[in-house]
Design a protein around this ligand. Structure first.
Ligand code: ATP
Ligand code: MG
Length: 557
């Protein structure tokens, strides 16, 4: 699949670009304007990132404008906390809306006037049916709906009743305003949809000024039209709502009205995308907040160590399409590896330590070993590492009885300590239970820098950290939060969670150059992957690092 995506995206324009170019050519619009319209009821996730970057990217590409607009017409779930986080995350991703930050709630007055205009045109009426009755009257996919008994109210009566609605004369749900379209339409969205409801709710922006609120399908096209958006890009589930979108902008007689274009939502395998599911994980305490590094909210990706560049590359690689599908999470991992490969230093850290003693090395000597910061990028320079008689190595780098093709430490084997010396393993010590506690070796002083003697072949190279100088740290390793074997949802609709998604290693040892690693700094730890200093839990005295991604993958482009 990935190959197709690549080919298609590289050689041709995506279908949205084709529409835009045609519209510009035909003189439909003289410039383009896009928007990202989040509802401030949660944090942004990777799917929203795609939408932001798509809309912002199109505006840039065609020298148009891009708006950030909060779609805050439904006060029940909206909070100012989310407004702030969305702004922060959208900026971090690299989107720039200059001074075009808008709130749909600032248009409540214009929306009210638009509703009055529809009533005056005989295109909207106040209906007294209850929510249940409206549903019954609506019909089904196979049966047409029935007209409401209130459908033929006069314009005057409707104007008066709607004003009464606004003035708080009715209880919540007692009356609604409906568009007068066609109860027999094959498209259920066109069967006299509700466009205004009575609801006493305090709004985060307008407070208690309004007790009627517009419905999404009515409000959204008006918001777009007021802002002079040209291409209103949304996700596929709104395809059936497009006739209503067009109806609203046409009946309200906006000049050069906006066009709705739908594309498929981005889904990722083995992680949780929908806001609803993320919210539930947060509320149930299964994760540590909206920015838990196992989530794919933008805040979580940032905390985990993803960069804006890696997310931009990912979104580009995925492309836009009209068909729903899930993208392999490994593709996102590929993008962060590629981005960090030549950007971050490669350091030594032992995650599962065991002590190695070099028996023929003097006790109180510390040598400084020079190591390149990134072998693939010379201009990143080098640093020194203290080296002494006692080192930490990874527990898995020693085996008393190795299988075939194991080239690391085992009694009698010759191994390279990265950048330092060639050593010969001489044996180990064990505790009463038979666990290895210390590994022993001797070193060859003629091999400084890890350079073997002439003719000598050394197959294994392992990393190490000097015991005396090591910095202790806590390291968190992650697996995807969804159990890969069984799919996202259980039969009862609950998420099929991977119970091993978080592993905490309490005592890891890092080279001393990492002693002052600051929050959000990123590194490669040789052989162990890419890591990021946690932005919440890490302190100067107690470092905490998150693994962003391991080094290897079977994923190929
Ligand atoms: P969710 O499905 O997670 O609840 P939403 O669509 O309710 O998201 P909104 O705040 O209403 O969230 O969405 C803002 C914009 O982001 C909309 O234009 C929406 O189409 C787009 N969007 C939401 N989820 C995705 C996704 N997975 N992929 C691409 N775009 C998305
Ligand atoms: Mg929504």
């Amino acid at each position: 699949m990935e190959e197709n995506v690549m080919e298609k995206e590289v050689v041709s324009k995506n279908f949205i670009e084709q529409i835009i170019e045609k519209d510009l050519e035909d003189g439909c619009y003289d410039h383009i304007q896009t928007r990202f319209p989040p509802e401030p009821n949660g944090y942004l996730h990777i799917g929203h990132a795609k939408s932001i970057l798509l809309n912002y990217g199109l505006a840039q590409k065609y020298h148009g404008k891009f708006n950030l607009r909060f779609d805050d017409t439904n006060p029940t779930k909206e909070k100012t906390e989310f407004v702030h986080s969305i702004i922060e995350d959208a900026k971090w991703l690299g989107a720039d809306w200059e001074d075009r930050l808008f709130f749909a709630s600032d248009y409540f007055e214009q929306m009210y006037e638009a509703a009055v205009k529809l009533i005056q045109k005989g295109k909207a009426y106040v209906c007294d049916l209850s929510a249940d009755e409206i549903k019954q009257y609506r019909g089904t996919l196979t049966e047409p709906g029935k007209n409401s008994p209130y459908r033929e109210r006069t314009v005057e009566e409707n104007l008066e009743l709607f004003e009464n609605m606004k003035n708080g004369m009715y209880k919540d749900g007692e009356k609604v305003l409906r568009a007068k379209i066609d109860m027999a339409s094959p498209n259920i969205n066109m069967r006299d949809p509700v466009i205004y409801r009575v609801a006493r709710m305090t709004h985060h922006n307008t407070g208690d000024k309004w007790c009627i609120y517009p419905m999404y399908d009515f409000a959204h096209p008006i918001e777009d039209a007021i802002e002079k958006v040209t291409h209103s890009i949304c996700t596929l589930e709104f395809e059936d709502h497009r006739p209503l979108y067009d109806w609203v902008v046409n009946e309200l007689e906006y000049p050069n009205p906006p066009k709705q274009i739908e594309f498929a939502k981005l889904y990722l395998t083995d992680v949780v995308t929908g806001k609803r599911y993320i919210k539930k994980l947060v509320e149930d305490g299964i994760v540590d907040g909206w920015d838990d590094p196992r989530l794919v909210s933008v805040a979580a990706l940032r905390r985990r160590g993803f960069t804006p560049e890696s997310i931009r590359n990912f979104v580009e690689l995925v492309g836009v399409s009209k068909a729903n599908s899930s993208v392999d999470y490994a593709m996102l991992e590929y993008c962060i590896r590629e981005d960090l490969k030549l950007k971050v230093p490669r350091m030594m850290a032992v995650l599962d330590p065991i002590k190695l003693v070099i028996d023929n090395y003097p006790e109180d000597v510390t040598e400084q070993i020079e190591a390149p910061n990134n072998q693939e990028k010379e201009d990143m320079g080098s640093r020194t590492l203290p080296f002494g008689r006692e080192l930490y190595i990874e527990r898995e780098d020693f085996m008393e009885e190795p299988p075939k093709k194991y080239f690391r430490m085992f009694p009698g084997n010759v191994v390279r300590l990265m950048y330092a010396y060639i050593v010969t393993c001489t044996g180990c010590e064990k505790d009463e239970a038979g666990n290895v506690t210390v590994v022993h070796c001797t070193y060859d002083s003629q091999t400084k820098g890890g350079n073997a003697r002439e003719g000598q072949k050394v197959k294994g190279t392992i990393h190490w950290v000097s015991v005396k100088d090591a910095v202790e740290a806590k390291v968190r390793l992650y697996e995807n939060i969804i159990d890969e074997e069984k799919g996202k949802l259980n039969e009862d609709g609950t998420l099929n969670l991977n119970l091993n998604s978080l592993r905490v290693l309490e005592k890891c040892y890092l080279e001393p150059n990492l002693a002052h690693a600051e929050k959000l700094m990123k590194y490669q730890f040789v052989r162990n992957g890419y890591f990021c200093v946690d932005s919440k839990d890490s302190t100067e005295d107690a470092l905490v690092l998150n693994r962003i991604v391991s080094l290897k993958s079977s994923f190929k482009l």
